[in-house]
Ligand binder design. Sequence first.
Ligand SMILES: [Cu+2]
Length: 205
Amino acid sequence: MTATQIAWRAFVAGALCLNAVLACASTLRVQVVDQNGAPVSDAVVYATPESGRLPAPKPGTAVIDQVKRMFVPHISVVQTGTAVTLPNKDNFEHDVYSFSPTKTFEVHLYHNTPANPVVFDKPGLVLMGCNIHDQMVAYLLVVDTPWFAKTDAKGVATIDNLPADSYKLTTWHERLQSANASVVQSVSTSAADSAARVTLTLKPE
Ligand SMILES: [Cu+2]
């Protein structure tokens, strides 16, 4: 985009804002890098309004598969209240459990898709495993905000439909110094799209 196009886009977005508050939402693009400046994939980024005012929750559903003795995806992020189904795509049984205080559960030895999803009703980190296959590990981050994303292979997380406001931007990655650690910084968004950069100090793989 040229400078003129950017200016025009900001102007149009600003004009829309005068007409309807909802039109003020924009996209926040977050670049996550490590201490060496390398892009970090599979980081979770979420934005919480500094005011603490969140929209009424609209919890949805999510899926974490088990494929070839692995959880897919390995990292997930959902809004508090989300019902997560845990289909077993292997032709042998898994026994999925978590001892995490955020959600303690066990889905006993099963094939196919369990009848009942697991509802994650508290925010926090959930570490899941399988009682049969010790190498199976998945992380699920449960967050109180609808504005979250995971970084792609280029270390970029894109949060869409983010109303213009001041936010606490929290970033989590499984290789931070402790599992419950996160990096928090402030970011202000406007009617135009905005960008942020987050640097994480990660343990070696
Ligand atoms: Cu298993």
